[in-house]
Design a protein around this ligand. Sequence first.
Ligand code: JDN
Length: 245
Amino acid sequence: MRFVVLTLFPDVVRAYAAAGVLGKAVERGEVEVEAVDIRDFTDDRYRSVDDDPFGGGAGMVMKPEPVARAIESAGRVGKRVMLTPSGRPFTQADAVEWAKLDSLLLLCGRYEGIDQRIRDDHVDDAVSIGDYVLSGGELGALVVLDATMRLLPGVLGNADSLEHESYNEGLLEHPHYTRPAEWRGVGVPEVLLSGHHARVAEWRRRESLRRTARLRPDLLKTASLTPQDQRFLLDLESGDQSEVS
Ligand code: JDN
């Protein structure tokens, strides 16, 4: 899959694309990351990409012409998405859908944002990665790129691709432990050492439900829950344990 990231900081995007699982996928040719410098599409002697806001006020706005030319330089792409705090929330469902495309263009703003005419007529979607404000769209674009590329066949191991299909979808993950079984005086839940696979599975399911109920009760509305899950959650409500992680 080809990702085209339009940015004023192409080196940031290239550095990230060289690291870890993504870097390996790029090396294998499964993923292509093109970081395009929007400043290369200016034509004035100062290579200026920003200008004063009409109507006045503080800050600068990205000029539409260099951005439009940068978008056009990418050629045909499956979808053009801009990152902005005023976009709709980006979700895992978007990642699943976009992973089916052969290419995705990600447009990163800086300053106070990009001239609205780009959003109106030159991109297909505008998303936000969360309710906080960053200095630019690059981190959001990398979040979208990472969440999308890890769904591509061959990018991750099979263990993980199976997990996407699992019935745990829509709940928080259960806790994880590794050796040593006692570390700094703290043990591991006994059931995990038992080798009893059915009991381990039940414990993990309940820990997922417990965490989700405590930290993300909103997720329970859309998760698919068995009658046994529902009973466990009702018991939790009446009992009420405490949990931070
Ligand atoms: O997602 B963000 O917080 C974000 C911030 C800026 C942006 C794009 C996205 N462009 C300028 C600031």
